[in-house]
Design a protein. Structure first.
Length: 605
């Protein structure tokens, strides 16, 4: 400390007449915001008049505003507004010089990290910054990343800075870390007033978009000359419904700015807005484009063809898609939050995977978290992030990292019952509000995601009902038993957060036969058959045999794939021993014989 204090007593520069401390401040300043405001280079804070006046009143009273909110929600525009104010008129604040030379300078705490290699060097850099601010009597520091001070352990040095410069500080950053930091710094907390900026509503976002378009219109023209009304409505709808990490209005202004620059004077239309969203974010055009129709009956048929014997669950997911497409889903909740419960191998995961493939073109788009990996007492911090983590990944947590970069999708929480109860408790807010706050203080939205948790809780009730194929179980009695089993695993408050709890019963004999037939016939889609133009015809006796070998109540239909590989695929492969040309455009006929099957090749008629 003694060394840095000695450095702060800097001599005058004889040539310039300025103190070297003012020159030293320039090495930390990224922008002179007051100068930028005078030259018209600062973004205007649209429709923030009340908040701007609040900030001015705080500064005039000698207090330091701490502007907090979600990234992209307007915090920066609000925090920069005093710079525009200072550019237009003097700040008559108690205890401050009463002249117009006060200026707001932006300083990056992350920049300190770039100048230093160790934590000790970061602290030394901050002490140099404090000394430079103390020497410069006209600079109001604006820390756009104030929360970084918490990560860099600069709390005690902040205390010293506030004491020495004796004038307000403008701060902006993530709410969680800033509030934690102030809680541990009572002397600084007494000087800082938190100003929250909430994400604008859809109606306010539309008004902001009109203001934005008007500012980009040539003099004497209307905002509709920049973007058509249909395009603006589509842009607001897409920005409001398909977002995860960012917020309105940034999700709106970013794409619009890019589209207007591309258009070069021609009004942006709705097709351009939709195409940009599909291309940039990988969103499904059928859901994004208001002019596109989604055939829900056809979607239900395709899902039912993928997952046999679960019509109630299929219809529930189709209904969720329909509500979202119609714009009637609750904007303050996820697209849906469902609990799928039932025995293993009855289609719970397969149905979720099929929906992801239908919506986004590939089941690889499904986001999946194995909840059995989160059994330990500290699992909630691993999942949702720890504020005391030593890396950004640890502070963000598994869930944030899984969702990063995705604006829409299906999230599968597999084996949900195996997670620690503390993890279940944290998911209650997510299921109810469609968002959560991670350990880094970031608000993460899941409102454009369909959430499905799967569980085997209550599966024993189905197994006890039937030792063979349960073609006619007592559904009401079993559902009551399943409800009791769920109540023994999950808190009632958590169960109430789900839109629906869907019980997947064991497969009937007819369902197992249908799955077995599809698995065998599906061999025709594999490269060896498809390249030769081969079709597959299978006898009913083979289907019955495969169904008996590949299904049991405890494992469901999962063994079917293995049995088809061992008993059918290998037999078909042996039939390929002849010349390739002789195999083309034939029918592979599979029939039962003794303990196995016989495979014949028949010319198409």
């Amino acid at each position: 400390m003694a060394k840095s204090k000695k450095k702060s007593r800097l001599p005058r520069n004889q040539k310039s007449g300025k103190r070297d401390g003012e020159d030293a401040l320039g090495t930390f300043v990224t922008r002179d915001l007051t100068k930028a405001a005078r030259t018209g280079r600062l973004r205007p804070g649209r429709r923030l008049e009340e908040r701007v006046e609040h900030l001015r009143a705080l500064l005039a009273a000698g207090r330091s505003p701490g502007v907090v909110g979600s990234s992209g929600g307007g915090t920066t525009c609000l925090a920069e507004s005093p710079s525009c104010d200072l550019a237009a008129r003097p700040l008559r604040a108690a205890g401050l010089p009463k002249h117009h030379s006060l200026r707001v300078v932006e300083i990056s705490l992350r920049g300190l990290c770039h100048r230093a290699k160790t934590r000790a060097q970061v602290s030394e850099q901050f002490q140099r910054l404090t000394a430079a601010l103390n020497e410069s009597k006209d600079a109001i520091p604006y820390f756009r990343d104030f929360h970084v001070a918490w990560d860099l352990d600069l709390e005690c040095f902040l205390d010293d800075m506030f004491l020495r410069i004796a004038r307000p500080v403008l701060a902006e950053g993530d709410e969680g870390p800033i509030e934690c930091m102030l809680e541990h710094m009572p002397s600084v907390e007494s000087l800082v007033s938190i100003v929250r900026v909430d994400e604008p509503s859809v109606d306010r976002a539309r008004a902001l978009a009109i203001d934005w378009a008007s500012s980009h219109a040539a003099e004497g023209t209307r905002w509709e000359d920049v973007i058509t009304e249909d395009a603006l409505d589509a842009a607001v709808d897409i920005a409001g419904r398909f977002h995860v990490r960012d917020r309105l209005p940034r999700t709106l202004f970013g794409p619009l700015t890019e589209l207007v620059e591309r258009a070069r004077g021609v009004a942006v239309d709705a097709e351009e807005v939709v195409a940009h969203a599909v291309e940039t974010w990988g969103l499904p055009r059928r859901l994004v484009d208001p002019r596109a129709r989604v055939d829900l009956d056809a979607l239900a048929d395709r899902l039912a063809s993928e997952v046999v014997g679960q019509p109630e669950a299929v219809q529930a997911l189709v209904d969720a898609v329909g509500l979202f497409k119609a714009g009637l889903s609750d904007p303050d909740r996820p697209l849906g939050a469902y609990l799928f419960t039932g025995p293993t191998g009855v289609g719970k995961t397969q149905l979720v995977r099929a929906l992801a493939r239908e919506l986004l073109g590939s089941d690889e788009t499904l986001l999946r978290i194995n909840m059995s990996d989160h059994r330990e007492p500290d699992a909630a911090e691993t999942m949702f992030g720890s504020p005391y983590g030593t890396s950004a990944g640890q502070r963000q947590g598994t869930l944030t990292r899984t969702l990063t970069g995705r604006g829409f999708g299906v999230l599968l929480l597999d084996e949900f019952e195996k997670a620690h109860p503390a993890v279940h408790d944290r998911f209650m807010q997510l299921f109810d509000e469609g968002k959560f706050i991670n350990g880094a203080g970031q608000v993460i939205s899941c409102r454009s995601f369909l959430l499905v948790a799967t569980s085997n809780a209550g599966a024993d009730a189905w197994v006890r009902e039937a030792l063979g194929y349960p073609d006619a179980p007592d559904a009401d009695r079993i559902r009551a038993a399943v409800d009791r089993a769920l109540a023994g695993v999950f808190r009632a408050e958590l169960l109430n957060r789900f839109d629906r709890i869907l019980a997947f019963p064991p497969l009937t004999r007819a369902s197992v036969r249908e799955i077995a037939r599809r698995e065998v016939v599906g061999l025709a889609k594999r490269a060896g058959c498809a390249q030769r133009g081969l079709a597959i015809d299978v006898d009913d006796a083979v289907v019955d045999w495969i169904g008996e070998l590949g299904y049991d109540l405890e494992r469901g239909a999962r063994p079917l794939k293995r049995v088809v590989e061992e008993k059918i695929a290998t037999a078909v492969a042996r039939s390929f021993a002849g010349p390739a040309d002789a195999m083309r455009d034939a029918v592979i006929r599979i029939r039962k014989h003794d303990r196995g099957v016989v495979v014949d090749r028949v010319k198409r008629s």
